[in-house]
Design a protein around this ligand. Structure first.
Ligand code: PLP
Length: 354
């Protein structure tokens, strides 16, 4: 039976990428050796790393604009502390829009003063804060562009006179914007790019080297820049697979092309949520995420029937995060419009039955 994977990650990848990645595990570039048993310093793998870094910058339109792309390890969670370690001298601002920003704030507090410039904690992160003022004199302002758990997404980004840092783990490469408004972007690979195990960091070189503390080599962005993202053994499989996904995206027409599909998918699902009395959306309408749609069932008695219907339709991964409950449909780049159609059909069928 065909499966429709709405899981929040990890990770949803195009079938052709999975196929090529598995072939490379058996025989990489016709070498007779596996991708995961060759040297990461071999010519073939160095070319993979370079291609992946270059494609990331190209797709975000950040080539030749003073940025470096790195594929690091430790997940986005390590970036919570690396950002502060490398950039926080005295005080930084954070917009608290959910669990992941909360975690980033906790790490930053180890290094200096943290000002919560805005927060939506009062309503369990249903909305994106607005109307806040960014104080002057910050070392940086940190935001989370898409809140994977709560299903909210920034549509407009704050204007700042300090570096703007963005955790884009769950919506990178999914929508067009001026990426040069950010000074550092990071994203764990495992939503829109590749398997868990590598984290893309795009950093504007001129914001680095300004803190007075000594930064350990492995946690220092400048180390990784100087070593072309090969300071230590990279996660070769995750980087290679990410490179394949970025190639797939480029061949499709880049972010502009995928954004069109992502908007269609989100429109289809949200209009069902809004029209079908069996369901109600969680996040405020104007802040809804194109990637993670959160919703509840209005009558809990119907839950078992709905869950069984989902199973029969081959729909996977629709359970909401434990801090929100209900359902969450994650519609990352590789999820097809057809899969969203299948979900919407099950929801309408539920309305007829309910
Ligand atoms: N930030 C966001 C927005 C996320 O969605 C996640 C994981 O889902 C993380 C950070 C944590 O990522 P990692 O597991 O790579 O540390």
């Amino acid at each position: 039976m065909k499966k429709h994977n709405f899981s929040a990650g990890p990770c949803i990848l195009p079938k052709e990428v999975l196929l090529k990645a598995s072939e490379a595990v058996m025989d990489f570039n016709g070498s007779g050796l596996s991708l995961i048993e060759i040297s990461h310093r071999s010519k073939d793998f160095v070319a993979v790393m370079e291609n992946a870094r270059s494609l990331a910058l190209e797709l975000l339109d950040l080539k030749d604009k003073g940025y470096t792309a790195l594929f690091l390890q430790g997940g986005a969670s390590l970036e919570f502390l690396m950002v502060a370690y490398n950039l926080l001298e005295t005080k930084a601002g954070y917009l608290n829009t959910g669990t992941w920003s909360d975690k980033a704030i906790k790490e930053a507090k180890l290094f200096g003063e943290v000002i919560e410039v805005g927060s939506s904690k009062d309503e369990n992160f249903k909305y994106i804060p607005k109307g806040y003022t960014v104080p002057s004199g910050l070392d940086y302002l940190h935001i989370t562009s898409n809140n994977t758990i709560f299903g909210t997404q920034f549509k407009k980004f704050p204007k700042t006179d300090c570096p703007l840092i963005c955790d884009m783990s769950s919506d990178i490469f999914s929508r067009t914007m001026d990426f040069s408004q950010f000074d550092l972007i990071y994203a764990g690979a495992q939503k829109n790019m590749g398997p868990a195990g590598t984290t893309l960091v795009i950093v504007k070189d001129d914001i680095l080297g300004k803190v007075s503390r000594k930064v350990p080599s492995m946690l220092n962005y400048q180390t990784h820049i100087a070593k072309d993202s090969m300071f230590n053994t990279p996660s070769v499989f995750a980087v290679y697979t990410s490179m394949l996904t970025l190639e797939w995206l480029k061949n499709l027409g880049g972010i502009t092309a995928i954004e069109e599909v992502n908007e269609k998918k989100a429109r289809l699902l949200y209009s069902e949520i809004d029209l079908n009395p069996v369901f109600e959306g969680y996040a405020n309408i104007e802040d809804r995420s194109l990637m993670n749609a959160t919703f509840n069932i209005t009558d809990e008695v119907l839950k078992t029937t709905f869950d069984n219907m989902l199973k029969e339709a081959g729909i996977n991964g629709l359970n909401g995060h434990r801090s929100v409950g209900g359902y969450r449909a994650s519609m990352y780049n590789a999820l097809s419009l057809e899969s969203v159609g299948v979900l919407v059909d099950v929801m309408s069928e539920m309305e007829r039955k309910g």
